[in-house]
Design a protein around this ligand. Sequence first.
Ligand SMILES: Cc1cc2nc3c(=O)[nH]c(=O)nc-3n(C[C@H](O)[C@H](O)[C@H](O)COP(=O)(O)OP(=O)(O)OC[C@H]3O[C@@H](n4cnc5c(N)ncnc54)[C@H](O)[C@@H]3O)c2cc1C
Length: 381
Amino acid sequence: MDIMVIGGGVMGMTCAWQLAKNGADVALFDEGKLGRQASAAALGALWPSSMLRPGPLQRLHMQSLWSYPAFIEALVNDAQMPVEYARRGKLEIIKTERQLTNSIAEAQHACEAWPPLTSEPGQPYCTAATMEVLDVAAARALEPAIDVGTFGVQVCNRSAQVQVSQLLAALAAACRRAGVKVFEDRRLEKIEVAAGGLRVDCGGGRYEPGKVLLCGGNGIPMISPELASLAPIKPVKGQALLLATDRPIISHIIKNGAVFLVPWHDGRILVGSTTEPDAGFDTSNTAQGIEFLTAGAIATCPPLAQARIESIWAGLRPTGPHHQPLMGPLAEMPGVYVCAGHYKVGIGMAPMAGQLMVNWLMNQKVPEDAMEFIPRPAARG
Ligand SMILES: Cc1cc2nc3c(=O)[nH]c(=O)nc-3n(C[C@H](O)[C@H](O)[C@H](O)COP(=O)(O)OP(=O)(O)OC[C@H]3O[C@@H](n4cnc5c(N)ncnc54)[C@H](O)[C@@H]3O)c2cc1C
């Protein structure tokens, strides 16, 4: 086996599929079933982060989002399964004068810098501005069920959404069809870096792979104290819920402060999400968390007071130091690589992370921006 991928969330499955497509002999191990941890909790919202906070992560994330339609097209083709992706745009409610000024600057910047909307395969021809700021009357006309407040809204027509359960099922199928050997219920227990190569204890078996790629999310620090220090990934809990209405009442993703609504064409609306960094590994739903989400959803879209609650859940976002992911080789453990800690954007970052890990593990040129995310112990900076 050339490469042993540990962890079958969105990261591990995307990397395993991409590595196998590039000719590597890949095995994928998960301590449970594929796609059941953080990835299963995600809402599938794909919006670019603010143009006013540029940096390597923002640039890589944006490129990842721009490549999403092609990624989905390849995935559907390889998996022979449907994955619903829709670029419906995001409408963000502006709450202050200052936010209004920033929203206008951001929209001008986005219209100049982002590729035109017409370039995506599979999406309807679209002549709308990439990003624009609408006054209250125009915002009401666009989304009549939303309480748009007094400052208007910013509309990002580049934002999209993906059906996460379909995405995860298709990634699992694409891995198998690309020849990845998949092992569920096999926990990675130990990695030894010996003179002759790597020795890995996993699920009762011993393996000697050429390389190991750790995509185990929150489980990585539990493998050994050394990995806890080299890849200090921490969980940040998020609660979410699914509402259902008899017919669709909104057509964009709506963001109102910390609460956001992701509508699907059948009237279902995903509502996210709390951010609870001190909750440890607790995945319970709390009265306060659900109250925060339902109150936020109703304040944003008053008709949702009558919506049925279909389900509630919580997940643990694997989060790297300073909310930045770790992607690259571990200098202290030659042959071992990490791809984890993508916090709130793991679904959106998957195409880029898969590409970067192919670059790293198959000795291809790695873009300059990716150097920022090589795991470095805190002492080395
Ligand atoms: C409520 C919520 C909403 C979200 N919404 C969005 C969104 O709208 N858009 C977006 O882009 N992102 C979103 N996210 C973030 C996204 O879900 C994560 O960033 C992403 O799923 C992380 O993927 P992962 O593969 O790194 O981790 P995981 O999905 O947690 O996968 C890690 C896997 O490793 C396995 N594992 C762990 N330890 C071991 C071991 N020792 N041996 C073998 N296997 C092991 C686990 O079983 C697991 O399957 C959301 C997250 C939450 C919680």
